[in-house]
Design a protein around this ligand. Structure first.
Ligand code: PLP
Length: 443
């Protein structure tokens, strides 16, 4: 009898993972180790080997209320008994409508139209496409030349891994040279240099202003992560910089796209990081925390004027329509997650985390291996003088009972908002411990 063995208990799962499964940003021929997870609950990730880790990463900024939350689970179960998904072309449903209503109310004023999509990168694609189609429609009506086809952004940015998104990521860390021939050619200003709590100096937008002056006739939009440049180095820049971006966009007739995918829903101490600069963008991208870390879902919001101009244009509609647009399970869990944010008084949660990070993590600044330590809201980052050895430092963190995944010279945490003092202290202690271990660093 030729019964094929597919019982996973018989398979060496990790061995198969290593030889056949791609993981992000690691070699397929000599991959970094992976850890097999069996379950997760609250702030704990439970490994198959029985070890339980306190989560410092919120699964890449997405988890807000912890794993396996009874209310979020209930929202999913309830929705699944009605339907998990229906196509969004010609059909609609309560969970999506409620979510879009919440988003238009919570986000900065003027963002009245919502386009739902599957992931952060796609929401950026949608935002860029909206900006391009907006100017195409507008210039068409004026019988003008279709010249506004480029984007302006700042260096050290990160907006996702798909092609259009990649074209506005930092050219160096985004490895533009590999895809040079096929990437949109966009324009890069220097990264903001004045830090969040430093004295503001208008000098910081001098180069940016020049680029607006030189290129505005060909610029459809300016795109930026508000206040926090995340993947580009956990850099917290001055709110006046963002305010200037809004002013320059107005002055030079360029749309402002703000990518709140990492910063949205309380992470920086404001519900949206735009609020630090008291600005409203023309287009905003949301993702990551939108479903409390449960399912992939993203949203691109825009103004009525953008939506109307696109709709009055040549196509008569916006040219995008993901298969899983408005997925009902994702919308239902997003609604429950947003409700929980307010039930749990997210501001108190973030303030408590920030206070403890400031007390325990900022002093690591004086360590000889550390270049800088910084804290904003629920984000704590230690920038080292040397790059980390990911495989070794990761192993050490697991031994110390925490899940922290550093990259480059950065060891950072962004814990779920429900973390308690003892758990957070454990995370910070582990960050301090590895600083004393030479083999966790390269040279
Ligand atoms: C993570 C991230 C994205 C990409 O989102 P995905 O869901 O991974 O596609 C885009 N922009 C920012 C600022 C992000 O942090």
């Amino acid at each position: 009898m030729n019964t094929k063995q597919t019982d996973s208990s018989q398979l060496d799962l990790l061995e198969f993972d290593k030889t056949h499964v791609w993981h992000p940003y690691t070699s397929m021929s000599t991959p970094l180790p992976t850890y097999l997870v069996e379950s997760a609950k609250g702030v704990h990730i439970n490994l198959a080997n029985g070890k339980s880790l306190v989560d410092g990463m919120s699964s890449w900024w997405s988890v807000l209320h912890g794993y396996n939350h009874p209310k979020l689970n209930a929202a999913l179960i309830e929705q699944s008994t009605k339907m998990s998904h229906v196509m969004f072309g010609g059909l609609t449903h309560q969970s999506a409508i409620e979510l879009c209503n919440k988003l238009t109310q919570l986000t900065p004023s003027g963002l009245d139209k919502v386009f739902l999509s599957d992931s952060g990168s796609v929401s950026v694609e949608v935002a860029m496409k909206m900006a391009l189609q907006y100017w195409h429609s507008k210039e068409d009506q004026r019988k003008g030349s279709k010249s506004k086809t480029k984007l302006l952004t700042v260096r050290n940015g990160y907006h996702g891994d798909t092609f259009a998104a990649m074209s506005v990521c930092d050219p160096v860390t985004g490895m533009h040279q590999i895809f040079d021939k096929v990437l949109m050619k966009n324009i890069f200003a220097p990264a903001p240099t004045i830090k969040f709590d430093e004295q503001w100096q208008a000098e910081d937008v001098k180069e940016l202003t020049k680029l607006f002056e030189q290129h505005h006739h060909e610029l459809a939009a300016f795109i930026i992560e508000p206040i926090v440049q995340g993947t580009g180095g956990m850099r917290f820049y001055h709110p006046e910089y963002l305010k200037s971006c809004r002013q320059l966009c107005d002055q030079y007739n360029v749309l402002l796209i703000v990518d709140e995918i990492a910063t949205g829903f309380g992470r920086t101490g404001k519900l949206f990081a735009c609020e630090w600069a008291e600005i409203s963008p023309d287009i905003m991208c949301l993702g990551k925390t939108l479903t409390g870390g449960y399912i992939t879902l993203a949203a691109t919001l825009c103004t009525t004027e953008i939506a109307q101009t696109i709709s009055n244009g040549e196509a008569g509609c916006f040219m995008h329509g993901p298969t899983f647009m408005g997925n009902a399970l994702a919308c239902a869990v997003a609604n429950a997650s947003i409700d929980l944010l307010f039930e749990n008084n997210w501001q108190d949660q973030v303030q408590a985390i920030e206070l403890q990070l400031k007390t325990l993590l900022l002093p690591l600044k004086s360590h000889t291996r550390v270049k800088d330590a910084r804290v904003l809201g629920s984000i704590g980052a230690v920038e080292c003088l040397q790059a980390v050895n990911v495989a070794i430092i990761q192993k050490r963190f697991v031994e110390l009972g925490v899940w922290i995944r550093p990259f480059g010279k950065l060891i950072y945490i962004i814990p779920p908002l429900i973390i308690n003092k003892v758990q957070l202290a454990l995370l910070i202690k582990a960050m301090e411990t590895v600083l004393y271990e030479d083999d966790c660093f390269i040279d």
